[in-house]
Design a protein around this ligand. Structure first.
Ligand code: MF3
Ligand code: CO
Length: 254
C-alpha cells in the first residue's frame, strides 16, 4: 500500500521538507577545503536540533551519523569522520529530518572548486536527471516513467545508474512504498496518485554502475573508483505538476 497523505499530513511534510532543505543548503555551503566530514555532520545535527527535529538516519540499522557525506568515488552512505574535504573533490550530502512525525529527505552533490570537465558533467547530468524525473512524477503516470526518465538521460550521456539503491516513498517513515529505481521501463509499476510523497534520488556513476561496500559496513563506493553523484528531492504528487517539497525557503546566512 502506498500511503496517500491527508491535507494536514501534507502540511507537516511541507514543514519537514523545508527544514531538510535548509539543513542541506547550509552544509553544502560549508563544503570548503579543509572542513572535515564530521564537522559537516555536527553542523547538520545542530541545525536539526534547532528545528526541534531528529535525524532519521541516526541509529537507522545502527548508522552512526546524522547525515551521509560521500566523497568522490563514494556513492552513498559515507560515514562522517576525520576526512578533510579537498579542493577538487565532489561531495555528496544526504540530509533527512523528522519533524512532527514526518520525514523530509534530500541530497545534493557539490564540486569543491574546479573539477574535471567530465566530473562536472556528471553532476550536471545527475541533477538534470532528477528534474527530468520529477517532470514525470504526475498523477496517472507510473513509477516506471520516473525510473525510465532517469536511466534514459543518464545513459544517453555515457554515465551509468546505480542499481542497488533506489528512491522511495517517504512520510511517517523514511522508507515507504513504492521503491523508485533509477532504471526500468516506462508505463510499468505502481500508478501515481495525488497525495503520494516520494523521494526521487538518482545515484549516477561516471564509470561502471557496479558498487562495492567498504569494511565499515556502510560506505558504498563505485567498483572502478570513478566519481559518483547523487541528487534527491522529496516531492508531492498533485493533480498537476509535482510540488518539490525540499526547495529551501530561506537562504543560509553563509
Ligand atoms: N536518504 C537515504 C535514503 O533514502 C538515507 C539513508 S542513510 C541511512 O535511503 F543511514 F539512514 F541509512
Ligand atoms: Co532517500
Amino acid at each position: 500500500m502506498i500511503p496517500i497523505k491527508s491535507a494536514s499530513e501534507i502540511q507537516r511534510m511541507r514543514a519537514a521538507c523545508a527544514a531538510a532543505a535548509e539543513v542541506l543548503h547550509t552544509v553544502a555551503a560549508m563544503c570548503v577545503p579543509g572542513v572535515t566530514t564530521a564537522e559537516l555532520d555536527e553542523a547538520a545535527g545542530d541545525l536539526i536540533a534547532e528545528f526541534r527535529g531528529k535525524s532519521p538516519f541516526h541509529g537507522y540499522k545502527g548508522y552512526p551519523g546524522n547525515v551521509c557525506v560521500s566523497v568522490n568515488e563514494e556513492v552513498v552512505h559515507g560515514i562522517p569522520g576525520k576526512r578533510r574535504v579537498q579542493y577538487g573533490d565532489v561531495v555528496s550530502l544526504d540530509v533527512g529530518i523528522i519533524l512532527d512525525g514526518y520525514v523530509g529527505d534530500n541530497a545534493t552533490t557539490v564540486a569543491v572548486g574546479v573539477v574535471k570537465p567530465r566530473t562536472q558533467e556528471l553532476l550536471h547530468v545527475t541533477e538534470k536527471a532528477l528534474y527530468t524525473a520529477i517532470a514525470k512524477a504526475r498523477a496517472g503516470n507510473r513509477v516506471g516513467d520516473i525510473s525510465n526518465a532517469v536511466q534514459t538521460l543518464v545513459e544517453a550521456n555515457g554515465f551509468s545508474v546505480v542499481r542497488e539503491f533506489v528512491g522511495h516513498g517517504v512520510g511517517r517513515k523514511m522508507h515507504e512504498e513504492p521503491q523508485i529505481p533509477n532504471f526500468g521501463r516506462a508505463a510499468e509499476g505502481p500508478k501515481l496518485k495525488p497525495g503520494m510523497t516520494l523521494a526521487i534520488e538518482p545515484m549516477v556513476n561516471a564509470g561502471t554502475y557496479e558498487v562495492e561496500m567498504l569494511s565499515d559496513g556502510w560506505t558504498v563506493v563505485s567498483a572502478d573508483g570513478q566519481p559518483s553523484a547523487h541528487f534527491e528531492h522529496t516531492v508531492l504528487i498533485t493533480a498537476g505538476d509535482a510540488e518539490i517539497l525540499t526547495w529551501p525557503k530561506k537562504k543560509p546566512l553563509k
